[in-house]
Design a protein around this ligand. Sequence first.
Ligand code: ADP
Ligand code: MG
Length: 252
Amino acid sequence: MQATQPVEDTFTGASLELKDLSMAYGDFKVVRHMSLAVAPGTTTCIIGPSGSGKSTVLRGINRLHEPASGDVLLDGKSVLTLKPDLLRMRIGMVFQHFNLFPDHTALDNVALAPWKVKGLSKHDARSIARECLAEVGLAERSEHRPHDLSGGQQQRVAIARALAMNPAVMLFDEATSALDPELVNGVLNLMADLCRRGMTMVVVTHEMGFARRVADQVVFMDEGEVVEAGPPAQMFDAPQSPRLQRFLSEVL
Ligand code: ADP
Ligand code: MG
C-alpha cells in the first residue's frame, strides 16, 4: 500500500478454512476437531457459553496459540507455513480490552505496527495511521492518549490499528463486551460497515442482534465443539439442537 493512497472503499477479504482444528492447553483439550469454511468477504459469528473455546479458536487462527492438530488455510494456504509476523499482518485481531499502548497517542498506537513490523518509514506509517483514524471517525482525536478517550473510542483506535496493516481477515473477540451500553452500537456499526465493504470477518460475540443482522453464518460452540452452524435465520428462529435452544432461551 502506498502511503499516499486513500484507504480503500472496499476490501479484498481472503477465504479462511479451519480443517479438523484441535487446540489444547497442555493436556487440556479445549477445541476438538473443528471444521469451518469462511468465504471471502463474509462474516461468521461464533456464539456460545463462556468457556466453550471461542477465544481459543481465534487464537489458533492467527497462531497466538499454536494448534494441537489440524490446519487453518488462508486463501488456501496453511497459516502454519507463514511466519507469525506475516500472518498477523494478514489477519487483524481486536480484543475485548482494546490492548492499546497507554503511553502512546492514538496516532502512534495505529502507526506503530506499519512502522516497526511492516518496515514503512515513520512518516508513511503516520500518514496511513491518520487515514485509518479518519476512517473510524477519530481524526480529531489522533493526539489523545487512550485514557483520554472513551471505551468506544479506544476500541475504534484498536480497529484502526488492525486496518492499518491492510488485513485480509479480521477477528473480533467480544469487541463490545467491555463497553458501556451506550457505546456498543457505535462499534457494532463500524464492524457492520467493514463487513459491507467486503472484509472477511470472524466475530465472537454475545450481541445476538448483530449476529442476526450482519452474519452470513452463525456457529454455535459448546464444550470445544461446533454443535450447530447455519444462516442466522435458521439458527435463531429454528435451532435444531437442544443445547442451542437452551443457550438462546438464556441469552435472548
Ligand atoms: P470462551 O472464549 O468461549 O469463553 P476460552 O477459549 O477462553 O473460552 O476457554 C476455553 C477453555 O480453555 C476454558 O475452560 C478456559 O478455562 C481454558 N483456557 C483458556 N485459556 C487458557 C490458558 N491460557 N491456559 C489454560 N486454560 C485456558
Ligand atoms: Mg472468550
